[in-house]
Design a protein around this ligand. Structure first.
Ligand SMILES: [Mg+2]
Length: 122
């Protein structure tokens, strides 16, 4: 069955790139431009979302805060944090995520991580 991803990033270019790339690989991709928007969308479609792929540095609610809200409400929903800044990996707030990927122009690592987290989630 087609897996449904929610991409959360405040950069339009990233949202469109991920949408194009992951749709090409057969995923259904929903987009949110902020943590607030992501939480609203999850309230409506959480049962259909298989994985959240989220930026950390966003205006308004950042990815770490959004992660905390998501895991409180939907503990089993896998969340991958993807950021340009590797140092966040060691921050306490990010520990609840299922995987942490440093942003790169080469999306192969990210795609591999998405696939393996989804496989682990069943
Ligand atoms: Mg950002």
């Amino acid at each position: 069955m087609q897996k449904r991803l929610l991409v959360v990033d405040d950069e339009e270019g990233i949202r469109f790139l991920y949408k194009e790339e992951f749709e090409e690989d057969g995923y259904h991709v929903d987009l949110a431009s902020s943590g607030e928007e992501a939480l609203e969308m999850l309230d409506e479609i959480a049962l259909n979302t298989d994985l959240v792929l989220m930026d950390i540095k966003m205006t308004g609610m950042d990815g770490v805060d959004t992660l905390r809200h998501i895991k409180e409400k939907w503990p089993a929903l896998p969340v991958i944090l993807s950021t340009a800044y590797p140092h966040y990996k060691h921050e306490f707030g990010t520990w609840a995520c299922d995987a942490y990927v440093v942003k790169s122009s080469d999306l192969n690592e990210l795609k591999g991580v998405v696939k393996s987290v989804l496989e682990k989630a069943g």
